[in-house]
Ligand binder design. Sequence first.
Ligand code: GLY
Length: 589
Amino acid sequence: MRVHAALALALFACIGCGDPSPARGTAFPESWRYRDTPAPVTATNGMVVTTDELASQVGVDVLRSGGNAMDAAVAVMFALAVVNPEAGNLGGDGFLVLRTAGGETAALDFRARAPFASTRDMYLDDAGEVTEDVVVGHLSVGVPGTVDGMWQIHRRFGRMEWAALLDPAIELAGGFPVRPRFLNSLGDAMVAALQAFPASAEQFLPRGGQPPAVGDTLRQPDLASTLRRLRDLGRDDFYAGETADLIIAEMERGGGILTRRDLAEYQAVWREPVAFEYRDHTVISMPPPSSGGVTMAQTAGILERYDLASLGWQSARTIHLHAEAWRRGYADRNHYLADPDFVEMPLENLTSAAYASERGATISLDAATPSSEIGPGLESAGEAATSPGATVPEEGENTTHYSIVDADGNAVSVTTTVNSWYGSKVTVTGAGFILNNDMDDLAARPGFANQFGLVQGENNAIEPGKRMLSSMSPTIVLGPDGELRMVTGTPGGATIITTVFQTISNVVDFEMDVVEAVLAPRVHHQHLPDQIFYEAGALSPETVSRLEALGHVVVERGGLSGDVQMIVVVDGLLTAWSDPRRGGRALGY
Ligand code: GLY
């Protein structure tokens, strides 16, 4: 197939007309805001990269005091629940992928579940339209998994005492200095949304219903009490103790349907990671109910047929091929993927080389394939979907990711979410934490777009106890020598998968260092809507014109995509960068 592709590319040669040299920061378009590429943060013992400096410091402190990367992951999670309450959480969920220094890999699914009382049509009004209840308020809440997830990782891999992992977060909940990074989450629309819920307004809008100012100390006494209970009583307090009582009381106050049984029966699940090869590297990522690992495996299999390095970083040709691979990958994602405890999925077929070949063979090198002509690709999969109401949101305001490597070489990659920023906008009265609005990640109306513009199918329809399909893609990459090479991940809703893949491709295909790989502008395609999205200023007018000449609809989104937290190992040295798109920090020692 490589020969076939190479011949075809020769015919294609003048369409992209990109510079085939590897990209450096100076190769980024002049309109791009991150053209300065400083030296990475480096360390030999350990590295913690998160969206918030205070959380990164907590992680490094744990490593310095003898904890391993898994201990640090637990402590960072609880710290983010305090200093990054818009996305870090107790009331949400996430996925964790790890590789031990000895080479063992594992994936932890602490994804939320639909309450047992949920029903397929619970968000449809009399006209059959999806109501706001799916994204705001008590009905939008899935059963939170984060606390059990942290308990499971601690029990299986932890070296430190549980209490020591909670203490830093308890101290931060006593008060932390407000910085611009936090205030960026509290724009006018968000303030108005939080004002509708008294406990949220009291906690996050302490200046008489308005946000704190930079330099204020944000104190969260109810959250501190909850964290103390978790420290002293363990995960059972959250799922069957006083914290559970407070959650149930909040549900009853706001007309929610989550019950004691939902909490009591919640269990995080260890799963087998998805592992695939990409140009002699091994990519280890999250299996369903994440769509990340499978979709990346599929699209990588298609893209490996092409010599992207010689086509040039973000040349029109390279972007065209990415878009065509993603278009096909997301068509399959949206149709097949869902909670493995509820549906059968043809995962082996979807990730096979034969299927990549078959799917790739439908790509034209000189014309975009309309998404209306691309259905799910395996036999009897049905028709291509259309896209009623699908748009990709302007901002990827959701979720957060962190990456950790310790002195022994254990690596942990964690993505965690309350879905939208501040999730359902509901704070548990008396417990001080936000509840997720993860129910929108199920298909409230199969075949119609959710808040991320994803048009998902029957497999992901609402069922009691089902985990929602997710795009969260915590990922670890090994080099051709089998040694740890990268730890990467990002928030960004539907764009998570394409962003994570681009960070990997930036290193593998274009020899970027970690700073360039993180700063590089990003593009995105998700089958529906049938558009290439690019970050503001990410593409030159010439590149846009070339893509349009190939038949693509090319749309500049209002904001930026993602918030990558990445570590790349270079000759044994840990190099790292935290994405300036939100303003985090890489700290090593
Ligand atoms: N909440 C976004 C996702 O899980 O994909």
